[in-house]
Design a protein around this ligand. Structure first.
Ligand code: UT7
Length: 327
């Protein structure tokens, strides 16, 4: 295979598990544990109205499979044509093998490289950047990139400050070699000094779970860091591509908190209707949030071919990044 100038998204897909859990459902769920919350608090602080949770026995690879099928169908490709699979997830089916290899088998294909990327809520932006580099280098021509999560499995339902925020789901894109743009520029960053502000500080050792295998977050610390790095990443990726904020047709940031998203849109002088919002109905689905939001915007007819889209991720690690593309 030879190097090509661009990689380009040719299809998107998304999947949410059917069980919708509203804020009022959470009021009852937490009351049973002696904790108080309210629809008003959750909506005002986060913009979240509902999230979806998987049933027992459903794993990230199952959600990834549904999203992948939809993305392949939209791209007019069969699974046999895929020559690279990357799954971004922090909630893999198993310690190993990777969720990407499990997905590959469920798609009924074998042989092509398949691996996971672990960058928490920045995972999809990381995976897309890696796939873009591999395609432009000539290492792949038709990649399946998925963000898939079952965060409901790692939530601490005795911690009301975190358990109301997250949901399950998967989003996928087919990314292909192209002579036309395409992904214009990517920008990835990490600062491991902040690992402790958003983490699941547990591990498996000697047949036992060691540490605390549930999500912990210092919400205010994450909030403050996120606001700054999202603006910087946006400006850096625009400069790399020789574009300006006026060129952005759609901003699709990680869907964690409507206040952070609105703040980023304001700093980039974007009209509110140019911001794609799914956090209200999805909650924070970590690595799945950006491809789920992209798919929703494409399928509703908002994002059109040729328009310029800015994708942004931010989360545990601490990690963050941006991808600027002409859709
Ligand atoms: O996915 C990676 C990226 N993650 C993020 O971007 C998350 C970033 N952080 C946030 O979104 C926000 O910090 C939160 C939504 C997590 C919290 O919002 P906040 O405005 O920072 O609230 P807070 O933590 O300062 O809490 C305010 C009050 C507290 O009560 P007191 O101490 O003032 O009496 C909390 O105990 O709200 C209380 N509170 C709740 N009340 C009702 C916390 N959680 C809840 C709850 N229901 N679920």
């Amino acid at each position: 295979m030879t190097a090509v100038p661009y990689s380009r998204i040719t299809g998107t897909g998304g999947y949410l598990p059917p069980r919708r859990v509203s804020n009022d459902d959470f009021v009852q769920l937490l009351a049973a544990r002696g904790l108080e919350t309210s629809d008003a608090w959750i909506v005002e602080r986060t913009g979240i109205r509902a999230r979806h949770f998987v049933d027992d026995g459903v794993n990230s690879s199952d959600l990834a499979l549904e999203a992948s099928r939809r993305a392949l169908e939209a791209a007019g490709r069969s699974a046999a044509e895929v020559d690279l699979i990357i799954v971004a997830t922090s909630t893999p089916d198993m310690v190993f093998p990777s969720t990407a290899t499990i997905l590959q088998a469920k798609l009924g294909v074998h042989g092509c490289p398949a691996f996971d990327v672990q960058a928490v809520c920045s995972g999809f932006v990381y995976a897309l950047s890696v796939a873009d580099a591999m395609i432009r280098a000539g290492s792949a021509r038709c990649a399946l990139i998925v963000g898939a999560e079952v965060f409901s499995r790692i939530l601490d339902f005795d911690d009301r400050t975190t358990c109301v925020l997250f949901g399950d789901g998967a989003g996928a894109v087919v990314l292909e070699a192209s002579d036309e743009p395409g992904i214009l520029a990517t920008e990835l960053h990490a600062d491991g000094r902040h690992a402790g502000i958003l983490c699941v500080p547990g591990t498996v050792s000697g047949g036992q779970v060691l540490g605390h295998p549930l999500l912990r977050m210092d919400g205010q610390a994450v909030f403050k860091l996120a606001v700054g790095v999202l603006e910087n990443a946006a400006r850096a990726v625009l400069a790399k591509a020789g574009r300006t904020e006026a060129d952005i047709d759609w901003l699709i940031p990680h869907q964690a908190n409507i206040r952070i998203m609105n703040g980023t849109a304001r700093k980039l002088k974007l009209a509110p209707e140019r911001l794609v919002v799914t956090v209200d109905e999805h909650g924070n689905t970590s690595a799945a949030s950006v491809p789920l939001a992209l798919d929703a915007a494409v399928r509703s007819g908002r994002v059109q071919r040729g328009e310029t889209v800015l994708l942004e991720g931010v989360g545990g690690g601490f990690t963050w990044g941006a991808v600027l593309l002409d859709f």
